[in-house]
Each structure stands twice: as structure tokens, then as C-alpha cells.
Design a protein around this ligand. Structure first.
Ligand SMILES: CN(C)CCCNS(=O)(=O)c1cccc(Nc2nc(OCC3CCCCC3)c3[nH]cnc3n2)c1
Length: 282
């Protein structure tokens, strides 16, 4: 039985940032000098039920082995400080939110080819999760697809990150706790208090690809009531004209208000526009 790791097995290099779960640091594993990250989560204030949820979410992370999902490596429990460390793959390219912010600052757009690449990679990751039920597991919904949860490796391959952490942290699932910040990517069915389903992840993918092109979400508002109204109407400006009609039309298909009119993630990956423009990344 391999001995479990401890924080003494790692050197902390620097803190990278913080998310809804706590802080994220770049670390070096002493036994092989491998560069990884760990995310610290304080569990001292959690109920037994919430701790059980955390355990099951972390066990789920161990099973998510896919080239476009951030790889889980280890977990360390510091019982003296009630802190859980989740050790994961380090993504040298940073997160998409930072890339979008840089484009806005520099007055630039990402390339169309990069958007198609992101579309193929993220659709592949979602397909792996949505179709887990076929492989004898249970279907997993990301529930928190957004630029800050998408990371890039050194070759600009997309890695879907922070699975489940959002759900664990929003353990009471109340609207107020569910979304820290403005729910720009919330789907019409969620706005209507209906069940979050696979098509809700497809909607979020559409919002993310739209924002990657336009450097702003498809639906913006000065308050949540106005935002809900715009999302449920489903009207949004075309992506900037340097992007093709093919890309605009695919994103529009993902952003259909009625979830049954949106493609499944399998249909996205089989979509003629994706095969024509992003086939090289399939
Ligand atoms: C080419 N350059 C411009 C890129 C600069 C790139 N700078 S950088 O300093 O290394 C850098 C910057 C940010 C991220 C990463 N890599 C990373 N970050 C994670 O979470 C941190 C994130 C920080 C913001 C809030 C949400 C969580 C991860 N979680 C799993 N794996 C992860 N890998 C690297």
C-alpha cells in the first residue's frame, strides 16, 4: 500500500491565484521535481454531509482521466489545520480568462483557428463526462464552464479544470451561494428553475466560445433580472465580422433557448461545421 503523501513531500514555489475554493499554488514534488499545482480547501466549517460530498467529489476527480481534463494527482489532508490539498497537473499556458483579458487590453482578437481548437478540445472533454454513463459510471455535468476554469498546456491544448469543486462549495445549492459573481453563462432552463442537464453544459460552451470571439459574454446586463430576461429571449449580437459565418452559426446552434433544440455534445463533435473547420483537432 503506497504511503500517503504529506505536504512535506512538496516545495511551494509561488501562489498562482485563488478561486471559490481557496488558494492555488505552483508546487514542486520533491521525489521527481515535477511541477504541479495544489488547491487548498478549508473543510473545518463543513458539516459531516458536506465532508462526505467533498470526499466523493475528490474520488470522482481521480477517475476523470482525459487528455482535455486537468489531471488529478493526489490529495493531502492536513487534519491539524482542517485543510485539504488537491494536487493537479500544472498548465503552463494559464487560464482562458487571463487570455481574454490580455486581448481586451491589447485591442486584439484570438485567431479563428484557436476558437475551433478550443471548441473541439472542450467538446471532447464534455463528451467524456456526459457519456460516462455508457461506460458504467454516472454522467458528470461540469456545471461551471467558464474561462477561469479552462487552462492551457505548453502547446495551447485546452484542459477543463475545477470539476465538481464548484458544486461542493455550493453545497447548499442556493442561488446566492451557487454563483459568486454574475451568472453570465446561466442557461434559460436554469433561469426558469428547471433541472440542470447536459444541454446546460452545451449552452455554457456556446457562451464560452462566444466570449472567446467577442471578448464579452453573449448576454450582459446591469442586474440579474435584466440578465435573466435577455438570456430567456436568447438574442445576442453576431460575433465580430473577422470570424466566419460557420463559427457564428455553430455558436448560435449551441445558444438555442429551448434545450431540446441544442445539439448533444456527440452531435457537436459530429457537426459538419466542426468537421469542416476544426477537423484537424479531432
Ligand atoms: C504564456 N503565458 C502568458 C502564460 C502565463 C501563465 N502564468 S502562470 O503563472 O504560469 C499561470 C497562471 C495561471 C494559471 C496557471 N496554471 C494553472 N492554474 C490553475 O489554477 C490557477 C487559477 C488562477 C486564476 C484563478 C483560477 C485558478 C490550475 N489548476 C489546475 N492546473 C492549473 N494550472 C499558470
Amino acid at each position: 500500500m503506497p504511503s500517503s503523501s504529506g505536504i512535506e513531500d512538496y516545495d511551494v514555489i509561488e501562489q498562482i491565484g485563488s478561486g471559490s475554493y481557496g488558494t492555488c499554488s505552483k508546487v514542486r514534488r520533491k521525489r521527481d521535481n515535477r511541477i504541479l499545482v495544489w488547491k487548498e480547501m478549508e473543510y473545518g466549517g463543513m458539516t459531516e454531509t458536506e465532508k462526505q460530498m467533498l470526499v466523493s467529489e475528490v474520488n470522482l476527480l481521480r477517475e476523470l482521466r482525459h487528455e482535455h481534463i486537468v489531471r488529478y494527482h493526489d490529495r493531502i489532508i492536513d487534519r491539524s489545520r482542517y485543510v485539504l490539498y488537491i494536487v493537479m497537473e500544472f498548465c503552463e499556458g494559464g487560464d482562458l480568462s487571463s487570455i481574454i483579458g490580455k486581448c481586451k487590453r491589447d485591442g486584439e482578437f484570438v485567431s479563428e483557428d484557436f476558437v475551433w481548437k478550443m471548441c473541439v478540445h472542450l467538446s471532447s472533454a464534455l463528451q467524456f463526462c456526459h457519456n460516462r454513463c455508457i461506460r458504467g459510471g454516472r454522467s458528470i455535468l461540469h456545471r461551471d464552464l467558464k474561462p477561469a476554469n479552462i487552462f492551457l498546456d505548453s502547446e495551447q491544448n485546452a484542459k477543463l479544470g475545477d470539476f465538481g469543486l464548484a458544486r461542493v462549495l455550493n453545497h447548499d445549492n442556493s442561488f446566492a451561494r451557487t454563483f459568486v459573481g454574475t451568472p453570465y453563462y446561466m442557461s434559460p432552463e436554469q433561469m426558469n428553475c428547471m433541472t440542470y442537464n447536459e444541454k446546460s453544459d452545451v449552452w455554457s460552451l456556446g457562451c464560452l466560445l462566444y466570449e472567446l470571439c467577442s471578448l464579452r459574454p453573449p448576454f450582459t446586463a446591469s442586474n440579474q433580472k435584466e440578465l435573466a430576461s435577455k438570456i430567456c429571449k436568447g438574442k445576442f449580437p453576431r460575433i465580430p465580422h473577422q470570424f466566419s459565418d460557420d463559427l457564428n452559426n455553430l455558436i448560435a446552434a449551441l445558444l438555442r433557448v429551448e434545450d431540446y433544440k441544442r445539439p448533444t455534445i456527440d452531435q457537436v463533435l459530429d457537426h459538419p461545421l466542426l468537421i469542416k473547420n476544426g477537423g484537424g483537432y479531432l
